[in-house]
Write a protein that binds this ligand. Structure first.
Ligand code: ATP
Ligand code: MG
Length: 455
């Protein structure tokens, strides 16, 4: 059943916070129109908590400042935006606006104010992002956004080819919204996205990185994978480093799908952590370069994890991912292929290798997802191995032991006090003690360690 405009309006009235209503009321009292608009209307109608409440009005920035008593910050005066602070919450209010021509496919050459809300809605990317609401007028939805929300359909406002030509980023936004909200992409919009994907080459890496990061957090990994597979060409447009994996026949009995599909399926299994999901999507990037076929016709991929780590490092740097994301992804890719056996000793070594319990859990999650996306016959009998390993790893974490040399209950100073001299020998002795602790041959206790120092 499609909700009536009255029902939609009632729903939005209920969800709009008092602070937003207060700004709306002040603009109305001064004789202006004022609406909540865009993402917040979409999210509120989906029953999700919007992360920001944007408003739009026919008042100019100067008029807004006169009409609204709250503290204001000039955050985007050129684009007609002023941020008002109500109860410590920022609310962005923007004058109705139309965008000029887009000659670079990146940003409009100019923006100009307009007096009609409908013109402002028409410049927006998708129908579900082009709705507005005010208590005075109710829902304004000239492009059928509410209907598309109901049908879980992502559709461009107007001609999809034109919209993507104006701003290539919208192609990525389409994939992101479809993935995150569990929508499918309307046919015309989908074919335009394929056709205009090259426009993404005009878009800054920072903007692509932002969309990709949001996309990877999609709550349903399987739906995310469906979108990534449908728009593999778009994904490869922004990550051409992965192109050789597409359709790569793995020619190995452990695998029953091509390398790209395997990576997407691994991503699908992972929890909605953007770095981890992204790592799943790229973890075998090194396979094409490392493929060597034996005389028996079986292909092997010796060294593909290290090779992949190099490719992923360069790719994520190019896409301007933050350093900590790059470091984590590169580590996980480099380590993903050394599956541990379920023993306490191996669990301690694994933790030592990771140096951080969160990273250790992520690496294990990646390995589990990787194993799950192998040919069923190849994993038979080994299903429990990584589960068991996980249990032992959590147990090892509860032990009061050392997982790096720094965790040892003795340090370099202790050795110096016992006659050791500064230099590589001292480091080697600490390492020897650490290896004993890791192997379970020595407790990480000060007295025991001191007694074990070679004199
Ligand atoms: P998010 O959940 O990430 O905030 P959003 O849709 O609210 O998603 P914003 O970047 O906050 O995204 O933009 C607010 C609104 O501005 C959008 O809902 C849409 O109407 C419009 N908009 C944003 N970016 C674009 C774009 N590249 N092209 C056209 N309209 C856009
Ligand atoms: Mg928003």
């Amino acid at each position: 059943m499609v909700a009536t405009p009255e029902e939609l309006s009632e729903n939005l009235a209920k969800r709009t916070p008092a602070s937003v209503r207060a700004v709306m009321a002040q603009l109305q009292q001064a004789g202006y129109e004022a609406f909540i608009v865009g993402g917040c209307v979409r999210d509120a109608l989906l029953g999700r908590e919007p992360h920001d409440w944007d408003m739009t009005t026919n008042a100019t920035p100067d008029q807004m400042k006169q009409a609204i008593s709250y503290h204001s910050i000039d955050t985007g005066l050129k684009h007609g935006t002023i941020t008002f602070v109500v109860d410590h919450e920022p609310i962005e209010v923007t004058t109705y606006r139309v965008d000029g021509a887009y000659s670079d496919g990146r940003r409009p050459d100019s923006v100009s104010f307009t007096t009609r809300l409908e013109d402002d809605l028409a410049r927006r990317d998708f129908t579900v992002n082009a709705m507005a609401w005010s208590d005075a007028t109710g829902v304004v939805d000239p492009f059928g956004g509410a209907q598309d929300l109901q049908n879980k359909l992502l559709r461009c406002v107007g001609d999809a080819n034109d919209r993507f030509s104006e701003d290539g980023l919208r192609v990525m936004r389409a994939l992101r919204f479809a993935a995150v909200y569990g929508f499918s992409v309307e046919e015309g919009t989908a074919s335009a996205a394929h056709e205009k994907k090259w426009m993404l080459s005009h878009v800054s890496e920072e903007r692509i990185c932002t969309e990709l990061t949001k996309m990877m957090k999609a709550p349903d990994g399987q739906h995310l994978a469906t979108i990534v597979k449908q728009f593999a060409d778009v994904m490869l447009q922004i990550m051409p480093e992965l192109e050789p994996t597409y359709g790569l026949d793995q020619e190995n009995p452990h695998h029953d799908r091509d390398c790209w599909t395997h990576m997407v399926d691994v991503m699908a299994q992972l929890p909605p952590d953007s770095t981890l999901r992204l790592t799943g999507l790229v973890h075998d990037a090194g396979k094409p370069a490392c493929k060597v076929k034996g005389e028996d016709g079986v292909a092997h991929y010796l060294g593909h994890a290290e090779e992949g780590a190099k490719i992923v490092e360069a790719m994520l740097r190019r896409l301007k991912f933050p350093r900590r994301v790059i470091d984590e992804a590169v580590f996980l890719v480099a380590q993903h292929d050394t599956w541990p056996v379920p023993t306490m000793r191996s669990a301690r070594r694994f933790l030592a290798r990771c140096g951080d319990e969160e990273i250790a859990r992520k690496l294990l999650a990646l390995m589990k997802a990787d194993r799950a996306a192998h040919a069923p016959a190849s994993v038979a009998g080994k299903e429990r191995e990584l589960e068991d390993f996980g249990v032992l790893m959590e147990a090892a974490l509860k032990e009061d032991t050392a997982f790096t040399v720094k965790d040892l209950e003795v340090n370099g100073r202790d050795l110096l006090e016992r006659g050791w001299e500064q230099g590589p020998g001292l480091g080697a002795e600490l390492q020897r003690l650490f290896d004993l602790v890791l192997a379970g041959d020595l407790p990480n206790e000060r007295a025991a360690l001191l007694a074990a120092i070679k004199m």
